[in-house]
Design a binder for this molecule. Structure first.
Ligand code: APR
Length: 298
């Protein structure tokens, strides 16, 4: 079958190319980007560094290194901002440009994740619909086996409404254990730093800028400028401070976070407002916070 929907971890797909839902730096990230870089190994990042980034909607190709796939096609999907910022056309061009590159490199099979349907917030149903339409359009003129790989439960259920025969090669437990949620990322940071801590016999000096989770910040503490952590700063105060620091406007921030304007004004007006964790994480992603900043916000 030229077009197949499978529920799987894309890093396990044995096909000529897998597509990465990257960001414009091409220097890695979370989600499927993180999974692919982890599975491919450090050589992938080294090659990505030579590419000079990638514009939204475009695609670039590298080797697959430790992956079963021969190639990785990196494409950058649009961040969903409500649908009026040319998101549909940009997402369609992600698929078109990736398929063009796969064909130019004589790939007989290629696997796509649902581009932009994770961190970038594209509504899953529309994201899936665009993926299917662009692949079907390509297959009218070309011979290739294309897999659309769904991963999280919502995408799996959504795609199940369109396709009855979806091969499920992973289950929810696997997804939970292999998803890049902030707690998993923080845990991974913790385990990395716990191995780098000086051996127990040497007296451990208390680090200057310990993060609220009690572990060292990801940068080298000696090189890192002192980051004053104002412990009694409320969520609302920290959020507004971060918006200023990132040079964003309030509306840019809440739109990118896909947060309703009314909720934002509630947070803004109530210094002691306690948001839900998904709301806090949505803001952290919109503000492109690093792990430590996200930890502080949480
Ligand atoms: N295999 C297949 N699909 C996966 C995997 C995986 N191992 N991990 C995540 N996915 C799915 C998500 O469930 C989602 O449906 O990939 C889809 C895209 O989600 P993201 O990886 O968050 O990608 P995107 O929404 O395009 O956001 C891109 O996130 O990770 C960062 O560096 C990346 O900044 C970029 C942004």
């Amino acid at each position: 079958m030229p077009l197949q929907i499978v529920r799987n971890d894309i890093t396990k797909m044995k096909c000529d190319a897998i597509v990465n839902a990257a960001n414009e730096t091409l220097l890695g990230g979370g989600g499927v980007d993180g999974a692919i870089h982890r599975a491919a190994g450090p050589s992938l990042l080294e090659e990505c560094r030579t590419l000079g980034g990638c514009k939204t909607g475009e695609a670039k190709i590298t080797k697959g290194y430790n992956l079963p796939a021969k190639y990785v096609i990196h494409t950058v999907g649009p961040v969903w901002q409500g649908g009026s910022r040319n998101e549909r056309a940009l997402l369609e061009s992600c698929y078109d440009n990736s398929l063009r590159l796969a064909k130019e490199n004589n790939c007989e099979s290629v696997a796509f994740p649902l581009i932009s349907a994770g961190v970038y917030g594209y509504p899953k149903r529309e994201a899936f619909d665009i993926a299917v339409r662009r692949c079907v359009e390509f297959l009218r003129e070309n011979d290739m086996t294309i897999y659309i790989v769904v991963f999280d439960r919502d995408s799996f259920l959504e795609s199940g409404k369109y396709f009855s025969d979806i091969k499920q090669l992973i289950d929810d437990t696997y997804v939970l254990e292999n998803s890049d949620t902030t707690s998993v990322m923080l845990e991974r940071e913790m385990s990395t730093f716990s191995t780098q801590l000086p051996c127990a016999s040497a007296p451990i000096e208390k680090p200057k800028n310990i993060s609220p989770f009690g572990f060292f910040s990801s940068a080298d503490t000696s090189a890192q400028a002192e980051i004053p952590i104002t412990v009694d700063e409320s969520f609302s105060q920290m959020l507004l401070r971060k918006i200023d620091e990132k040079g964003m406007t309030d509306s840019e921030c809440y739109k990118k976070a896909n947060i309703d304007r009314r909720l934002f004004s509630k947070i803004r007006s109530d210094a002691h407002y306690k948001p839900s964790k998904p709301t806090a994480i949505a803001f952290a992603i919109a503000l492109e916070m690093n792990l430590e900043e996200t930890g502080e916000l949480l």
